[in-house]
Design a protein around this ligand. Structure first.
Ligand code: UD1
Length: 431
């Protein structure tokens, strides 16, 4: 298993290109299940989760072709991939695949919409909590699907097709909103989704589906209206830049000091994260090409944050911000409101010398003046990158084990940080 070794103490200076968003790419890759025509996605990140979803989709009959590089292409440019599901060959998504990637459960809605049936394994728990799918199933039932749970599988049937309905989510859910949208776009009649997730990834999916001929209004707000259409066509769509990757590198720069330009980052997609970094003492500026983070000389101030659905502070940046706060002057309170068990990084950060106490859904971080390198273990995707942030300023060497978690969601992390002056290297199996 690969490890990453970091020698702390280097300021970061330079430009980091931001990749396409993993959380936007995954639902976009599922959308071609809704049509016989080709959906071309540009700026698809090179990530393990993307490769895994391609395998899962090919089981259902989705062919994909990855475009080769052309002369003049930026070396860091994302991939252009053509997806086509001319025929759906299997409506079953087995446990072995769904349990490895929760987002693959989202195939349920388009499979039922197109084929009138699907049998999708329930994903089970994961490191950050129980993460049920009850709201996703509720949305499908509201759209007229019959749902049975059989031997760990959600079996959904709608022999006469799905029909528009009002869907009210009791809690904001990104996956629930993706499911409701993909179920409703080709349903008979109109759908109204209330308390919908307003995350930029939802808007990206809706924009793409509208290019395919769907009639979706209000994506990016809590109320989404959809008029069902009889069929969708192919389209071409560019995946949104990754706001979580951008926010993570912003925190790396704020942590080490220096001057980093996040090329392609869209500040409006992670403003709450940028505001928190600015309150902590970094200078944040942005233009049409990206976001610049500078911190020279000034120390970090303690800042309290509470995670919330968009446009609030994203849960996917909570661990990274906690890492930043370990070196702040004073005490900060970090409250996690989205997932109940998302503090696995606390004990690993403590191994580097951080002082953090847990009180229910709040972590109380008492800033220290120095961290010291150690061996640490990645537990989930965002938790593992928080260890990298802390390691960038820790004295001596830190080795992060189980970096396959990082590879699920961060493209070329070592190269991107290394190009800005970080001392970071991957040690491969046996190396
Ligand atoms: C997506 C993101 C994940 C992010 C999360 C919240 C992807 C691939 N993943 O996950 O990175 O952390 O949004 O922004 O895009 N819930 C239920 N029942 C349900 C569904 C959700 O109780 O049926 C709860 C969850 O346990 C959680 C909350 O609702 O407490 C939000 O979860 P949700 O927005 O659905 O997360 P995901 O879509 O799984």
């Amino acid at each position: 298993m690969d490890r990453i070794r970091i020698t702390g103490g280097q300021k970061l200076n330079g430009t980091i290109p931001i990749s396409g968003a993993k959380n936007a790419a995954l639902p976009l890759m599922i959308a071609p299940l809704l049509t016989r025509e080709t959906l071309t996605l540009e700026n698809v990140p090179r990530l393990n989760d993307v490769a895994m979803l391609m395998r899962i989709l090919s089981n259902h009959g989705v062919d994909h072709t990855i475009e080769g590089k052309r002369p003049g292409d930026q070396p860091n440019a994302g991939q252009t991939i053509h997806f086509r599901a001319r025929e759906i060959v299997d409506t079953v998504a087995p446990y072995e695949l769904v349990s490895r990637m929760r987002a693959s459960f989202w195939v349920l809605a388009p499979l039922v919409a197109r084929m009138g049936e699907a049998r999708v394994s329930l994903p089970g728990g994961c490191a950050i909590g129980t993460r049920p799918v009850d709201y996703l199933l509720m949305a499908m039932e509201r759209l007229g699907a019959r749902i049975e749970i059989e031997e760990g599988y959600a079996v959904a049937t709608a022999p006469k097709g799905l029909r528009g309905a009002e869907i009210i989510f009791p809690k904001v859910t990104v996956g629930g909103t993706h499911t409701a949208i993909m179920g409703a776009v080709t349903a008979h009649g109109s759908t109204l989704i209330r308390n919908a997730a307003a995350e930029p990834e939802v808007t990206d999916l809706a924009d793409c589906l509208n290019k395919m001929g769907a009639k979706i209004r209000g994506a990016g707000t809590p109320t989404i209206e959809i008029d069902g259409v009889t069929s969708l066509s192919g389209a071409r769509h560019e995946v949104l830049p990754d706001r979580i990757e951008a926010g993570t590198f912003a925190m790396c720069a704020a942590m080490t000091g220096g001057d980093v330009f996040l090329e392609g980052a869209r500040p409006e997609t992670f403003q709450a994260g940028l505001d928190a970094i600015a309150r902590a003492g970094a200078i944040v500026t942005s233009n049409n090409h990206g976001v610049r983070i500078q911190r020279n000389g000034a120390g970090l101030a303690a800042v309290d944050i509470t995670t919330a659905p968009f446009p609030g502070f994203p849960t996917d940046l909570q661990a990274q911000f906690m890492a930043l706060m370990t070196m702040a002057k004073g005490t900060s309170h970090i409250t996690e409101k989205i997932f109940e068990n998302r503090f696995m990084h606390v004990s690993e950060l403590a191994r580097l010398g951080a002082k953090i106490r847990l009180d229910g859904e709040t972590a109380i971080v008492e800033g220290v003046t120095k961290l010291k390198g150690a061996q640490v273990m990645a537990t989930d995707l965002r938790a593992s990158v928080s260890l990298v942030i802390a390691a960038l300023v820790a004295e001596g060497d830190t080795t992060v084990h189980r970096v396959y978690h990082l590879d699920r969601g961060f493209e070329r992390l070592e190269q991107k940080l290394g190009a800005c002056g970080a001392l970071i290297e991957r040690i491969s199996e046996g190396g």
